[in-house]
Each structure stands twice: as structure tokens, then as C-alpha cells.
Ligand binder design. Structure first.
Ligand SMILES: *Cc1c(COP(=O)(O)O)cnc(C)c1O
Length: 424
């Protein structure tokens, strides 16, 4: 089955002779996850021809629309304040456990949903560096996602630490070879993205973690571009701290709660810096002074985003009907098909692939580069073909495995090819 999903295996030597539409249809016919596509909601007035940005904002499930309405009627309007004691307070931990089991390789009691990725980066990095007193450096790569870079800069300024920048190739990402020379007795924390937001490079999280631990530091992994698309094994890799978005491949909707992971062995000693009432032991005693709650609850700050958990619950149910291995197989087949189309149609027009060619070295999106792509992207959006644009001159094609068809990739890249010709 895997083999039939790899278009390059059967590519004839003359690309001009390939019937790409038939190839896309055959790949869709062989796709074991194809049935999931129909579970997504298409807006009644939707003009979308091809959605190629599931890595940036996932599509809503039909079940999400139904459950939001039911939640408002039954739980919010029906139970009102009683909802908190009915179970809302435990929901971020229960769904965190489920996310941990399905997509993070995390045993129960280590994941909680809430806050944004940016806020988690702050909370977890502060918790982490406090465990390494006397060490003065936070290591970050220069092409990490902007919020990761800014938050670490801010923490360094606040605590009198230094950000040790690792210069990476923007077409790749952080490798063990690049990280090793930046580590030393001053390393408190290494912050890296598992899948690079620009290039799609898939970092070797286990190797980066082992290297960091050998130097005596801790790691904080940002899984925003991998969770729900690439298998993750946090417990097995030895990762100390992790976070990631709920609205990308997890389809939680704009501004969905993010997740925080704190490895069990660190939870008792670590403390996050925003001492809110719902992370306190016995919150409702409303007692004097802050005393951290036990376990992962001690990493909660304020009131959890219960409304925002409704779509994530629906998404996790859907993900529970697939395996991450199946998701990764389809993800790889989708990006491989997109690379093949790009080679056949776009490379002759001067487009460059700035994502690793080797499927095992990339996550769920590919990036293409050519002068004038901002204007091309604007035209595509107006026509309902939706990738995204990133400076400088890059278009990202993000292919969410549960919601994207090969036919959609074919349609989208054909539109991209035609838009380049029109703009020229
Ligand atoms: C999307 C993304 C974020 C976004 O953080 P927010 O707090 O949700 O705005 C952070 N880090 C990475 C690596 C991302 O890809």
C-alpha cells in the first residue's frame, strides 16, 4: 500500500508524457485515509478551489460545528456556572492526555491544553532555565519561528542571560553538527522547532536532545509544525519541555488553545512564572500565598479556554480513527506529489524548491521560491487557491494529510503554474 502512494516510483523518464490528473486520481483512489476528507466542513458560500495552507490554519470539521452548537445549548446555557464542577476544570488535562497518547508519544499527566504557543514558550523556558542556575545561555537558531526568537530574547534580557544564536541554512534547519559547537558549560536551555516553519526541515529531535543533555542543558521543543502531521515521541526522545499550536494540523480553529508538555520527572521541581489561581494547590480555597498544584496542573495559570477545547476534542476523535504512521505516510506522499509537479511544471519557469528533497528529511509542507511570488500568491487567493506567502519570495504549500486530496494538490499547483505565466 505504501508503495502505491509514492508517485516517483512509477514516474516515466519523460515528464511531459505524464498524465498528472490521472496520477492524482489514482493516488486518491488508493488513499486509506481518503474517507476523512469528507468529514471537513465546506462553507456554504466557499470559493475554495484548493486549500494548501493546512499547516497554518487547519480546516474545521463538520463535527466541530455541531459540537459548538451543542456545547452552547447544553453545557454553557444549560449548566452555566455548574459546568466548572461538572468537569470543565479537568477537560484541559483529559484532552492533553489524549493528545499525548495519539500524537506526542507522551504518557498521561504530562500535557495540558491552554494558553498560546507564545505564552507556553515563555512559561516553559522560564521554568527550564530556573533549573540551571549559574548557566547563562539560551541556544536558539537564527531561522527559528519569530515568536520563539523574540520570547527567548525577552527572557534573556529579563534575567541577564545571553541568547547564543546558531546560524542555520534557511533551506534546512538545526542539525546536531550545527548545535554541538554552541553547547558548553554555560548552556541552560536549547529551543528548537521540530519542523522548521519556512523550509519544512525535520530536525532529529532525539539527537538534539541527547547532545544538549550531554552538555548539561535542557531542551524545549516547539512542535507547532509537526503535531498531527509527523510522529512525535517526546517520552522516548527524552525531551524535557514542549509546546505547539492547536490551530495548525490539529484543526482547532483560529486562536485555538496550545499545549504544554512537562516531562514527569521535572514537574515537582519546576515552576512556571505566571502564578495564577488555577495553577495553585486547592484553587478554590482561595488561600493566602501561591503554592503550586501537583503535577501538570501546576503549569496552568488562569481560567482554561473551555470553548476553544470543543473543536480540539472533535479533532482528536478524528485523529483517533487513524494512526500517526498512516498520517505520516500520506503526508509524505502528498509532499512527494507536490515536489514531482513542481519539478515538471514549475522548475522550468525558474521556481526553486527550498525544502529538503529527501522525504524523510521534511515535514508536511514544501516551500517554493521565485521572484514576484507575492503577486502570484495574491492572484491565487483571489481565485480560491490558497497557499501562503512568506518573505522573501516564498510560497509555502502546506498539505494537511486528513483534509487534503491529491487532486487538490494537482489543481493547486496547476493554478500556481498558470499564475506565474500570467504575471510574467
Ligand atoms: C505558528 C507557530 C507559532 C505561533 O505561536 P502563537 O502563539 O500561536 O502565535 C509559534 N511557533 C511556531 C514554530 C509556529 O509555527
Amino acid at each position: 500500500m505504501t508503495d502505491t502512494l509514492r508517485p516517483t516510483d512509477v514516474a516515466p523518464s519523460d515528464p511531459a508524457a505524464v498524465d498528472w490528473a490521472a496520477r492524482a486520481a489514482a493516488l486518491d483512489a488508493d488513499d486509506p485515509l481518503a474517507a476523512h476528507v469528507a468529514e471537513f466542513l465546506v462553507g456554504p458560500h466557499s470559493d475554495v478551489v484548493a486549500y494548501l495552507d493546512g499547516n497554518s490554519l487547519g480546516r474545521p470539521l463538520r463535527a466541530t460545528a455541531e459540537r459548538m452548537a451543542a456545547f452552547i445549548d447544553e453545557e454553557w446555557a444549560g449548566r452555566l456556572i455548574r459546568g466548572w464542577t461538572d468537569g470543565w476544570l479537568d477537560r484541559p488535562l483529559e484532552l492533553g492526555d489524549r493528545l499525548g497518547e495519539l500524537a506526542l508519544g507522551a504518557a498521561p499527566g504530562q500535557v495540558v491544553l491552554g494558553d498560546s504557543t507564545t505564552v507556553w514558550l515563555y512559561k516553559l523556558a522560564r521554568a527550564g532555565v530556573a533549573q540551571r542556575p549559574g548557566r547563562s545561555e539560551i541556544v536558539v537558531d537564527t531561522d527559528n519561528f519569530p515568536t520563539d526568537r523574540y520570547v527567548m530574547d525577552g527572557i534573556a534580557g529579563e534575567l541577564g542571560m545571553t541568547v547564543r544564536w546558531v546560524e542555520t541554512d534557511p533551506e534546512l534547519g538545526l542539525t546536531p553538527e550545527l548545535l554541538a559547537p554552541a553547547l558548553g558549560p554555560q548552556t541552560a536551555l536549547v529551543v528548537f522547532s521540530h519542523v522548521a516553519y519556512r523550509s519544512g526541515y525535520l530536525a532529529d529531535a532525539r539527537a538534539l536532545t541527547e547532545l544538549t543533555h550531554a552538555a548539561g542543558g535542557l531542551v524545549l521543543a516547539d512542535l507547532s509544525h509537526s503535531v498531527g502531521s509527523v510522529p512525535v515521541e517526546l517520552d522516548d526522545w527524552g525531551v524535557d519541555l514542549a509546546t505547539g499550536c492547536g490551530y495548525k494540523y490539529l484543526n482547532g480553529g483560529p486562536g485555538a488553545p496550545a499545549f504544554g508538555y512537562v516531562r514527569a520527572e521535572h514537574q515537582a521541581a519546576m515552576s512556571q512564572p505566571i502564578w495564577g489561581w488555577l495553577g495553585r494547590k486547592d484553587s478554590f480555597v482561595m488561600g493566602a500565598g501561591y503554592e503550586k498544584a501537583d503535577g501538570i496542573r501546576g503549569f496552568v495559570s488562569g481560567t482554561p479556554p473551555i470553548l476553544g477545547l470543543v473543536p480540539l476534542a472533535a479533532s482528536l476523535e478524528q485523529l483517533g480513527r487513524a494512526t500517526m504512521a498512516e498520517v505520516r505516510t500520506k503526508s509524505t506522499a502528498l509532499t512527494t506529489f507536490a515536489v514531482d509537479l513542481s519539478d515538471a511544471w514549475l522548475a522550468p519557469l525558474g521556481v526553486r524548491l527550498t525544502t529538503p528533497r529527501e522525504p524523510a528529511a521534511r515535514g508536511g509542507h514544501i516551500t517554493l521560491q521565485r521572484a514576484g511570488f507575492r503577486e502570484v500568491n495574491d492572484r491565487l487567493w483571489a481565485d480560491g487557491v490558497i497557499p501562503d506567502y512568506r518573505n522573501p519570495d516564498a510560497i509555502r504549500i502546506g498539505l494537511a494529510p486528513l483534509s487534503t486530496t491529491f487532486t487538490e494538490v494537482h489543481r493547486g499547483l496547476a493554478a500556481l503554474r498558470d499564475a506565474i505565466r500570467d504575471v510574467d
